[in-house]
Design a protein around this ligand. Sequence first.
Ligand code: FAD
Length: 569
Amino acid sequence: MWEYVAPLRDMRFVIERVLDAPASWARCAAFADVDLDTAGAVLEEAARFASEVLLPLNAHGDVQGCTRDVEGNVRTPQGFAQAYRAFVDGGWPALPCDPAWGGQGLPLLVDAGLREMLVACNHAWTMYPDLLHGAYETIAGHASDALKERYLAEIASGQCLAAMALTEAGAGTDLGALRTRAEQRPDGSLAISGNKVFISGGEHDLTDNLVHLVLCRLPDAPPGTKGISLALVPKILPDGTRNAMHCDGIEHKMGIHGSATCAMRYDGATGWLVGEPNRGLQAMFLMMNSARLHVGLQGLGHQEMATQNALRYARERVQMGVPIAQHATVRHILLRAQAVTEATRVIAYRAALAIDESHHHDDPAQRDAAAELAALLTPVLKAFATHQGFHTAAAAQQVFGGYGYVREYGIEQQVRDARIAMIYEGTNEVQAIDLVQRKVLADAGAALAALLDECETEAGRASDDEFAAALRHACRDARDAAAALIEGAKVDREWPLRAADDFLFALAHTLMAWAWAASARAAAGEPDRAWAQAKVERARYGMQWLLPEGAMRWTRVVAAGRRGVPALA
Ligand SMILES: Cc1cc2nc3c(=O)[nH]c(=O)nc-3n(C[C@H](O)[C@H](O)[C@H](O)COP(=O)(O)OP(=O)(O)OC[C@H]3O[C@@H](n4cnc5c(N)ncnc54)[C@H](O)[C@@H]3O)c2cc1C
């Protein structure tokens, strides 16, 4: 009833025809051996793993959930540990890691396809390996050689899992308020003491060892975010003894029941500094950026899963003598879901490609430009894709009518599972603020202008005048609103905050317009004409029915300069 057909054809279409990733790989020496066939073969295998191993565990993992015994040991749902062993044996954790550390050296773009499919089939299970790559990057980028030697290969291979320990009861969005302490020991290690909450995979039975990357404060640290350090704290110490860290409880949550969300206590636990003292947030940003891309991909996975199941159901369910898919109101829901999902995939994969280029492009200037683009796209992707992940699931639930509200049909679980992605990894509101303040205002709109140039180049290649005009119009709206905001923010410092949410969603619509135009252009080269024509029609639907919301949002960005948000009574 709840099925998954991996969208391999669409993935390949975006990678090959829309983004022409092979041309980019040819300009990255690190990807000299990567070609479309390799990427395609990897994604096909990944699709098999996701749909044959993970999907069958999804509903049952939701019902069974995780349990914790009195000693703080956490048991994951039946089958999760075996599935994880199969994942490690298949070499999946190491896909984008450096071969020097046992990785396969494949592009993040290919890894993005893997992530999308894992989440679509089992979000809860995917939470465990989802932080591995971020931990790998943080350690590779900032840890001492000794720590790298000790942990990096184990993390790349997935033998050792990783958790990201930022949040405390009094310090959520405001990480500057965190209180976990780190005392220097004579042997150079740290003694970590404090409590963290909501730590995904803080304790579990998938691997013998796991490492926590813990944000903490050294004794003389300045207050706020300038005094935060980062420590690596393993569950099992190098001498084989258990470290002084305990899981005090696991949360009872709305969704992702198979993911253990742990309250952690560190009682003088042994750890080691990663990066420089008081510069832990800078080091952690590597992990958080990777995690934000992954969370954006979670949103995409949910969109795809909800869309294809709603479509299947609507083609079979007959009311008033016809399948409900033929009723215009239901068609709207389904077309919206398809058009947004397809556009989100283009945006997500473009972000992954930009990250790949920022690391590996042969030309340093191109690396810098790609890094700016990735920084700009990451908050948009995280917030927009996860918003759509939840809202597409909720819209799909509507298609199922009353059956969507009961368990057997799968969509009820998906609505619950999809919700968290809007909250964690920096709430979507925080992403919007990050976008406006750090990615647009900070460089007076330079990175945004470069992105809009890329969009307008696509308008010049558009397959018909309607697509070209709509995309050019969206770019003009974006430039005008951004210019007004940049000027206005100089005298009204709250304007960007009042406008942030609209700005992010408006930009996401501009990017969708770019994605639809690019998809319609690329479809022209597809030999399967019926498939290509259907894609063009969905893109046209997006331009005609969905893009106007972007224009409305840009208008509100400008209007926010004149309108205050009243204080609450
Ligand atoms: C299932 C789950 C898994 C998680 N996994 C992890 C994990 O692995 N590691 C980890 O460290 N944390 C994890 N978290 C914590 C998560 O990242 C935080 O819950 C999130 O960052 C928000 O913090 P908070 O809950 O304290 O909310 P608050 O910070 O109190 O925010 C509440 C509301 O106020 C808004 N708000 C707060 N400050 C501002 C501001 N300055 N400007 C505008 N709006 C603001 C927020 O957007 C939000 O809407 C997880 C949480 C959950 C529920």
